[in-house]
Design a protein around this ligand. Sequence first.
Ligand SMILES: Nc1ncnc2c1ncn2[C@@H]1O[C@H](COP(=O)(O)OP(=O)(O)OP(=O)(O)O)[C@@H](O)[C@H]1O
Ligand SMILES: [Mg+2]
Length: 246
Amino acid sequence: MTGAEHPVPPGDPRGGAPAGPPDDASLDHSALAGMGSGLEGVFITFEGLDGCGKSTQMELLAGGLRERGYVVLVTREPGGTPLGEAIRDMLLDPRHHGMSARAEALLYAAARAHLVEQVIRPALEDGQVVLCDRYLDSSLAYQGYGRGLGSDDIVTLNVWATECLFPDLTLFLDLDDSLRSSRLAAVPDRLEAEDDAFHMRVAEGYRELLLAHPHRIHRVDARGTESEVQKRVRTVIEEEMELFSH
Ligand SMILES: Nc1ncnc2c1ncn2[C@@H]1O[C@H](COP(=O)(O)OP(=O)(O)OP(=O)(O)O)[C@@H](O)[C@H]1O
Ligand SMILES: [Mg+2]
């Protein structure tokens, strides 16, 4: 994967973008950088490679937030609605090995569009804390980098699909491959079954996203026990959102 295929987002100081009024693309990228949902609630997404502990940490965080009186919605991608779960089954089914990269990107975006419209946006408008297991950064890492579709088209597709709904905060759980594979299920799904080169590109995609959006995406060391990792998760949540001190 070369830098040319994944240009530095417009407006990023590393890109030396010319000054001037932002065009549509740079608005999209600045939203990714941390514009947030702009709605009443709080939208937090969890990212990372398979088996890094996303689902476990989200449930622990949801429990802690509920104890403090927050109304918390936990959802996942693809999925979270009957239609989304049906799309998830299609995407992860190993029988669909060889699915075209564009079909894959569109299916993820379709599931996301439905979840945002029917579940996430209404919950945020209602003032809830929404925790989502994977979101747009997964599409950037897996389809943009892993499949080589590039960032720009994936951003454009998802800006449309989500009607510009971006997370307020994203936690990237970082765990090395040997620990991750020891935690993974015995039977891999279609994405897990991809070769090492694919997963290396995805990991590189996440590294680039962390660099490009340091204000929104926070790396969490996912080694150690569940409670050790949860402590780190809550430290970030507290520093960025102060949800636990209210
Ligand atoms: N800190 C931890 N130490 C040891 N095992 C863990 C830890 N956190 C999670 N696990 C276990 O590792 C497995 C993967 O964790 P989890 O399902 O939370 O990861 P995930 O990121 O949601 O994975 P996937 O992307 O496949 O959904 C589970 O069996 C879980 O119980
Ligand atoms: Mg999970």
